[in-house]
Design a protein around this ligand. Structure first.
Ligand SMILES: [Zn+2]
Length: 121
């Protein structure tokens, strides 16, 4: 039964709208918590709570860079699961997510070239 328990742990981590949105955002590249705040309009504590659930499930990891904490995907195979669900629903989130105007993270402020690339994804 252990394999089912492992799978259930992952399904549970996915079973939240905010966590799915975060995974979609991280699919493009790593992002700091402040970028997620600006993108989704959630409070930082709420985002941290969802990130912790994703981290506990082994789906994301964090790294600190100065004042910012960045998150990235550790098991990109999970996107095959998300894509499979979208084949079931027939719905997909819009592919390109423009950088939020209010965000002051390094990705949004200091690296316009990278942002231009992101928008073309
Ligand atoms: Zn940003």
């Amino acid at each position: 039964m252990e394999i089912y328990e492992q799978e259930t742990k992952l399904y549970k981590a996915l079973m939240h709208p905010a966590r799915l949105a975060i995974l979609d955002l991280l699919r493009e590249s790593e992002a700091c918590v402040c970028h997620m705040e600006a993108t989704f309009g959630y409070r930082q504590a709420y985002i941290s709570q969802q990130l912790m659930a994703l981290r506990d499930a082994g789906l994301v990891e964090d790294r600190r860079d100065g004042l910012n904490i960045y998150y990235r995907i550790t098991r990109p195979q999970i996107f095959a699961v998300l894509d499979a669900m979208r084949n079931v629903t027939g719905m997909r989130p819009s592919a390109a997510r423009p950088a939020p105007k209010t965000c002051t993270c390094p990705r949004c402020v200091g690296e316009p070239v990278i942002n231009a690339q992101l928008l073309q994804v």
